[in-house]
Ligand binder design. Structure first.
Ligand SMILES: [Zn+2]
Length: 407
């Protein structure tokens, strides 16, 4: 089995944190100066590990292993959320680097190759999982032409500035790999709250989103009699309460749902709102449950529209399919976890989206979690105990070896 060096993993993670450090976290948006510098640093680390580094036309950093007979693609993303944590994405990238080194240092693993990758823009500064989608051929040029970040900077200008424009975008050759493996911090507290060390991801949730628009009649809040009002705000709030109540009745054990965005127009204390909008989202790994939620939502909206006095409409925004992780990969992660942390592992869904859900469309994919302290993520205070980081690296390496050795 490959032997990982925990001190080396921690040192590299801390070095990567220096690119855009913010308090104990990191501010490293995609294609920012710090992000470009960190990708260059990663390419150099891949070269030191005996690999041929390639930074492609969307900013993905690959470490090519030309000599291996069987290869596993291993990685995660390297940019961060605004003022985000030091491990989100970075952990999986540094684990991949460490695996490449550990395999190279072990003669018993000759012929088995790890190819590390740092994907670009999983965090969606310019789009949604740009790097991994580009790699599987699911990022059309037309989308690149249109994409902008929150500050209005066009993606093409950012790629130009980064020095990536004009380079080819690497595309997956499925015959090159046995599969794809990703490690990530859990970002929730299923593991931490139970004192567990390793999460074996069974599936990455599907995430369905809708806009609900309510049209009423804007009027004076003092003079308009109650029976005559068409109050869009009131109609939206009543509908939202019905949605919460109904979803609770039909939820699966791990379904989550959120109304995270509401707008009232004109949003003034003395005006009966003439218009209101809200976004409704639900997530589950079971398509049947997602479909049940959609049906219930459509029904509630139709009922509320019929009841009046406001007009209520609904339109889907996006629906991502749940992504199932490969059963054999799950089994091998579990076996490696049992060897190093007996009884301290859990099969679980991923409530967050990850590059592995994109890769799983084209090849066998697996995903492993380490605990997030108190389940905090997408915040600079996000953290994981060092001993859990070190343990996770070894479990991850054992898993990679078992996958490469399996038929
Ligand atoms: Zn992430």
């Amino acid at each position: 089995m490959p032997k990982t060096d925990g001190a080396r993993v921690l040192a590299d993670l801390k070095r990567l944190t220096e690119f855009g450090r913010y308090k104990t976290g990191v501010h490293r948006p995609t294609y920012s100066q710090e992000d470009v510098a960190s990708r260059q640093w990663l390419a150099e680390k891949f070269a030191e590990a005996g690999l041929e580094p390639v930074i492609d036309g969307i900013g993905n950093v690959f470490g090519r292993n030309p000599h291996a007979e069987r290869r596993l693609l291993v990685g995660s993303h390297s940019e961060t959320q605004p003022h985000g944590g030091w491990l989100d994405g970075a952990l999986g990238v540094i684990y991949a680097l460490e695996l490449a080194r550990a395999f190279r240092e072990d003669n018993a693993l000759a012929g088995l190759g790890i190819e590390p990758v740092a994907w670009a823009d999983e965090e969606g500064h310019f789009g949604n999982m740009l790097g991994s989608r580009s790699f599987i051929g699911a990022l059309p040029d037309s989308e690149i032409v249109k994409a902008k970040n929150r500050g209005g900077v066009p993606l093409r200008a950012a790629l130009e500035q980064a020095g990536y424009a004009g380079r080819p975008r690497e595309e997956l050759d499925p015959s090159r790999y046995v599969g794809y493996l990703e490690a990530h911090i859990e970002q929730g507290d299923w593991l931490d709250s139970r004192g567990l060390k390793i999460g074996v991801v069974e599936a990455i949730i599907g995430n369905w989103n809708y806009w609900v628009t309510v049209t009423g009649e804007q009027n004076h809040a003092g003079t308009t009699q109650m029976p005559r009002r068409k109050d869009a705000g009131a109609a939206m709030m009543k509908l939202a309460a019905r949605i919460y109540a109904r979803f609770e009745e039909i939820a699966g054990p791990r379904t989550v749902w959120t109304i995270g965005r509401m707008l009232i127009d004109p949003n003034a204390p003395s005006i009966v709102p003439g218009r209101a909008e809200m976004q409704v989202q639900f997530r589950d790994t079971d398509t049947g449950i997602l479909a049940r939620f959609e049906e219930a939502l459509m029904q509630l909206v139709a009922e509320a529209d019929r009841a009046g006095p406001c007009r209520i409409e609904i339109a889907p925004i996006s629906k991502s399919a749940p992504a199932l992780m490969d059963p054999l990969f799950q089994e091998l992660i579990e076996q490696a976890a049992e060897r190093h942390a007996p009884g301290a592992h859990l099969r679980m869904p991923s409530g967050a989206g990850h590059d592995a859900q994109i890769l799983s469309r084209r090849m066998r994919s697996g995903m492993m979690f380490v605990p997030s302290l108190k389940g905090v993520s997408h915040h600079w205070s996000e953290d994981t105990n060092e001993e859990d980081i070190v343990l996770g690296a070894q479990v991850f390496a054992d898993t990679a070896a078992a996958i490469l050795q399996a038929g």
